[in-house]
Write a protein that binds this ligand. Sequence first.
Ligand code: PGA
Length: 263
Amino acid sequence: MTKERGGLVAGNWKDVNMTVKRSLDWGSDFGSLVTKTTLNPALQLILFPPFLVTYPLKQRLFESEATKKMMDDDYLALGAQDISPVEGEKTRVTGSHHPNLLKEVGMNHVLLGHSERRMHLGESDELIGRKLLMAIKYGITSILCVGETIEEYTAKKTKDVIRTQLSVLNPLSTDERKRMSVAYEPVWAIGTGKTPKADEANDVCGFIRKESGAGNVIYGGSVTPENAAEFFSKSEIDGGLPGGASENADKFFGIAQAASNLL
Ligand code: PGA
């Protein structure tokens, strides 16, 4: 991490875990933590909750003065796990999430290209690219996830795979690229407790920075409070995208603190 680029820690909550009740408890716990210990405001925190918990979670976060202030200052934000690729003026798409609706509930960030959506919902680079353009058109900031499978990793194809995934950025201007982030998430590291070595992740993040021109490049895949500082202290890694660990307020706070201490 560098002071100039600042840091970004985003929590990616899973629909199977984060029920409304659990999300509300998370909100209360996180409120108590940030009331006791403040984090460096040079750090941007984003939560990506399942859609249905967004609104009650936002209300809960507004109940604590500390989290309300963080949200008012846009230093803690809520983001969407999907966005409609269709403008909707002439075509309606049942079940999709129009950017105007996202903005209405205060979601000005979107997570795109997560490997679970690529794998289980068949999201292609073409579809991800359309979602990215929609986000840009409506002023929503994207975090694009890229990363290789274990087979591709073993065959040393990581950079080739990522170069192809980054082709969705081709239509973007230099400024549009700077305003977004890319998360390097090796598929084999997600939810497995396995990670690449920090130096290895740093090398790939450096490659992503050069190829993408993104404002922030972060690492995701089994990030924990224990390993976060090791990743974040690397020059090319501007923060993290924890999944499982972010579902626990103490652990998310620990990861955010590791980033906060480095800024
Ligand atoms: P994990 O998930 O931290 O549980 O590996 C990361 C993610 O889903 O983005």
